[in-house]
Write a protein that binds this ligand. Structure first.
Ligand code: 13P
Ligand code: SF4
Length: 349
């Protein structure tokens, strides 16, 4: 129950004392009370790149979710510690695919289709899944580079197995001209492939989704268009395909920010993504009319587990070199293969 002002002062003081030895990064969905301390903010792709380029900081405080901290650990040097301020800040989508389930699906698919298939995983997945994909010569994608990466992968292999977000996979595939009949869904709860004609499939989508982006629907867009005929709507590609189709634009969090920055003054824009980010954009761009596509959507409860008290506790633990510090360490074998899949993507983007 410490006074938040005291916590802010202390965090700033500890940051100053550590200087360049400490690097604090925050995903765009983090709360303002965290973003105020960030040395770098970004979407998943940028945070992965920023972490891999920083060779100076010994301590990287990662304000995001578990898979992002794992990715940062994989891409940084061994003597750099990546610290997640709350060990329970996970990602419900990443948790929808575990290595056992993915191996079962892969065995089925390779028996059915042979070796002309590549696994592709969204960066929102555990290190274990990235490692699986690396071992099978696959690649990682982010929401910012999915079109480029999937197009590249389709030149290499006849079929792709896309994990774990079915919506990013479907939206990307349809944008690349793949027909709906060429998309199948793997249900990991029943270990079955859902498809009208399995031989026609080009991309098999894992049946995963984001609980935040599931909260947007076409009715919300229609309602806003009725009230404001000139409104522009931009949504994240983790939204369902009918929502993406009803919107004017689709883009990663970084692309959404750029779209708002570049929109003419006075443009009314409704945004379908985490409301922490949309509310921040509303405050920053008062010369544009930024609106929440769904004002009652929950922002990511998992991202929100990182808050001021958790960050203050983490900074205190850093000073005391306490055992309570939540350092994320991916084991060497997993990290090696996951890095292979990540590097394939980073070299491409
Ligand atoms: P991006 O930051 O890559 O747009 O992803 C959004 C997201 O859901 C992060 O968990
Ligand atoms: Fe996972 Fe969705 Fe939260 Fe991103 S917003 S961390 S995808 S649950």
């Amino acid at each position: 129950d410490e006074d938040p002002k005291e916590q802010v002062k202390r965090i700033n003081k500890i940051k100053r004392e550590f200087g360049k030895d400490l690097f604090l990064v925050a995903h765009h969905y983090q709360k303002d009370e965290i973003v105020q301390f960030a040395d770098a903010t970004g979407d998943s792709l940028k945070l992965a790149q920023v972490a891999s380029r920083n060779k100076q900081a010994r301590k990287i405080v990662f304000c995001g979710v578990h898979f992002m901290a794992e990715t940062a650990d994989i891409l940084t040097d061994n003597d750099q510690d990546v610290i997640l301020p709350d060990p329970t800040a996970g990602c419900s989508m990443a948790d929808m695919a575990n290595a056992f389930q993915v191996t079962t699906a892969w065995n089925y698919l390779t028996q059915k289709y042979g070796t002309d298939i590549m696994p592709v995983t969204y960066v929102n997945s555990s290190a274990a899944i990235k490692s699986f994909v690396g071992k099978k010569n696959g690649i990682v994608v982010t929401s910012g580079n999915a079109l480029k990466v999937v197009a590249w992968a389709l030149k290499k292999k006849k079929r792709l197995f896309f994990l774990p977000d079915q919506h990013l996979g479907r939206n990307t595939a349809l944008k690349l001209g793949i027909a709906k009949s060429e998309l199948g869904v793997w249900n990991p709860l029943t270990d079955t492939l859902l498809a009208d004609d399995p031989q026609a499939l080009k991309i098999i989508l894992w049946n995963g989704y984001c609980s935040v982006h599931q909260q947007f629907n076409v009715a919300q867009i229609k309602k806003l268009r009725l009230a404001y005929p000139d409104i522009k709507v931009i949504v994240h590609p983790e939204c369902k395909n009918d929502v993406v189709n009803a919107a004017d634009e689709v883009g990663s969090t970084a692309a959404i920010i750029k779209y708002i920055q570049q929109a003419p003054l006075g443009t009314r824009i409704a945004v379908g993504t985490d409301n922490n980010l949309v509310k921040r954009l509303q405050k920053e761009y008062t010369n544009k009319k930024v609106m929440l596509l769904n004002p009652i959507a929950c922002s990511c409860v998992l991202m929100n587990r990182i808050d001021l008290p958790h960050l203050a506790f983490t900074m205190d633990s850093l000073v005391n070199n306490s055992a309570d510090l939540n350092v994320i360490k991916v084991n060497d074998e997993t990290a090696f293969w996951a890095k292979k899949a990540l590097d394939t993507m980073l070299n491409l983007s």
